[in-house]
Design a protein around this ligand. Structure first.
Ligand SMILES: *Cc1c(COP(=O)(O)O)cnc(C)c1O
Length: 362
């Protein structure tokens, strides 16, 4: 046996490395990034703030000021706190580790966010995916039946869902929260909340088993890696024990405190992207052989079903034209011939539309 076989878990050896497409010189519409940066004056001011940060000191691990600012600006109900993560990816990992009792299970609708299954597997929990219906709405009956049979410790509902973009039915989500009861937590993942304008955050007090998770990534700060989640004090206390004490670095902390003090800038960018989403969806829906699914996020899921042209063809032709979108067709059987396109500025969307229209033909 080799060193690797001697020490590395077989399921880890079997994993494919997370593949990120090289995006040098292409129009990057694959990762739901906000195309806007901060205005020049704010960038200058931010630079000064960051220059003043004591890089020689460990962060103060309570992060009291940043947490209070998030609670005050992001609609966290009075009396509720947050736990911070190095991106929501880390929050997902923290919950997996905290809930990894022998035999514990994680449930999510599929196709969904890949980190739920990945994190469950790495922490030793069984992942159970329940297929969405072909129109990408929740199969509520199948979800409830699986919850009653499997008793998952964690159920994830991305609201809106990635990669499909739609909002699940709120009444169905409430049924799921009740069905789970005190045998598990239900994590409502609101990564795209700035584009959805609806939230379970105001409903925290109704459900002791509800965790609402958010991130600043899609809002325009993907590079700083900051996520947060709120829920009952009892749950947060346990999850916080698993959090590495210095998980938010001092530069992220300072940048977040500064930018959250200018939430109006990010909110205006999100409003613009919501308007661009409507325009892009209408333009795509007008093309023959293109189906556009409803989206409450900063991306659109489309299906290409023209004569003799597949999404694989269109994806490759777009890349030849220096436009990168996400080819999701292989993620799940329901996503056949589907592409996921990040909504960008009016100008970049126009470049995309031209390239896309040409790519449908040849
Ligand atoms: C993009 C995304 C996240 C964000 O993860 P970060 O680690 O905070 O960047 C979380 N959940 C869903 C469903 C997403 O699509």
């Amino acid at each position: 046996m080799s060193l690797i076989e001697n020490i590395i878990r077989p399921d880890v050896r079997a994993l494919a490395a997370y593949h990120v497409q090289d995006a040098a010189g292409v129009l990057k519409l694959d990762a739901m990034e906000n195309p806007y940066t901060l205005p020049a004056e704010l960038r200058t001011e931010l630079g000064q703030r960051l220059a003043d940060v004591a890089l020689n000191r460990y962060p103060v691990p309570s992060y009291a000021k940043l947490k209070a600012q998030i609670c005050a600006t992001q609609g966290v109900p009075a009396g509720y706190d947050v736990v911070l993560g190095n991106g929501s990816d880390e929050l997902i990992a923290i919950m997996s580790i905290a809930c990894a009792k022998p035999g514990a299970k994680v449930l999510a609708p599929v196709p969904g966010f890949v980190m739920y299954a990945m994190s469950a597997q790495l922490a030793g929990l069984e992942f159970i995916g329940v297929d969405l219906l072909p129109d990408f709405t929740l199969d509520t009956a199948a979800m409830l039946e699986t919850i009653r049979r499997e008793r998952p410790a964690i159920t994830y509902l991305a609201y809106p869902n990635n990669p499909t973009g739609g909002l699940f039915d709120e009444a169905a989500m409430v049924e799921i929260l009740h069905a789970v009861g005190d045998t598990g937590v239900v994590v409502v993942d609101e990564a795209y909340q700035p584009f959805a304008l609806t939230s379970f955050m105001p409903r925290l007090a109704e459900f002791p088993n509800l965790i609402v998770m958010r991130t600043v990534s899609k809002l325009g700060l993907a590079g700083i890696r900051l996520g947060y989640m709120s829920g009952s004090a009892a749950l947060l206390r346990e999850f916080d024990k698993v959090r590495p004490p210095y998980n938010i670095n001092v530069l992220t902390q300072a940048a977040a405190e500064f930018v959250l003090g200018h939430s109006d800038v990010l909110n205006a960018q999100a409003a613009d992207l919501r308007a661009q989403r409507s325009a892009l969806a209408a333009a795509l829906a007008a093309l023959p052989g293109v189906e556009v699914f409803p989206s409450a996020a900063n991306f659109l899921l489309i299906r290409v079903q023209g004569d003799g042209v597949s999404a694989n063809d269109v994806f490759a032709r777009l890349l030849d034209r220096k436009v990168l979108v996400k080819n999701v067709g292989k993620m799940h059987a329901l996503l056949q011939n589907c592409l996921r396109i990040t909504v960008s500025t009016a100008q970049e969307n126009a470049v995309f539309l031209d390239a896309f229209t040409a790519s449908l033909a040849s």
